[in-house]
Design a protein around this ligand. Structure first.
Ligand code: FES
Length: 183
């Protein structure tokens, strides 16, 4: 006497019945559905993990001091510590900028990096211009090139005044190009 259920019945020759084929079909449909659900959950998770690695460097405004301390028409070097977020990395870095207060009160802030090949430059009181020691580029009070191989004026940094304090957003630029390209 047979105890096999109707669905388990195998005909002679071992061929699957239509019921057996349906069972296999539904099995694979279930597997595929589970796969889609899994991918739906995994993709946002993976995206949240790797997206910081592709995020551009994030800069922040940095307080570099009181604006009243800046003389009019004379460059002042302002040192500060800035925090740079690069993907998951966060680093503090000591930077300096050059700030020039205009007669009308506007403040222009220059990157401290020469636009030729990236050396640091300084203000020369005797010659009344910025001088780069590496290859002799020079720039006027407005950052315009006066001489040497520098291909463009000094790079200007975003700056604003809040509650009497000068805030600067430090950025790096590619050197050697005729126009500013941020790194
Ligand atoms: S790096 Fe300044 S002149 Fe070359």
């Amino acid at each position: 006497m047979s105890h096999q259920g109707q669905g388990d019945h195998q005909p002679a020759g071992g061929l699957s019945t239509p019921v057996g084929s349906r069972r296999i079909f539904f099995h694979w449909v279930t597997v595929a559905a589970a796969g889609f659900v899994g991918m739906g959950l995994a993709i946002p998770l993976i995206g949240s993990l790797i997206s910081p690695a592709f995020t551009r460097r994030q800069r922040a405004w940095v307080d570099v001091g009181p604006v009243d301390d800046l003389p009019i028409g004379h460059p002042t070097q302002l040192d500060h510590v800035t925090t740079i977020r690069d993907g998951w990395m966060e680093a503090k870095s000591h930077k300096a900028v050059w700030a020039v207060k205009q007669p009308q009160g506007e403040i222009k802030v220059f990157s401290p990096i020469c636009t030729h090949l990236g050396c640091g430059y300084r203000w020369d009181d005797a010659e009344n211009k910025f001088l780069c020691p590496c290859h002799g580029s020079s720039f006027d009070l407005n950052g315009q090139v006066l001489g040497g191989p520098a291909p463009r004026p000094l790079d200007v940094l975003p700056a604003k005044v809040e509650a009497g304090r000068l805030l600067v957003m430090y950025k790096d630029f590619k050197s050697g190009l005729p126009h500013s390209v941020e790194l």
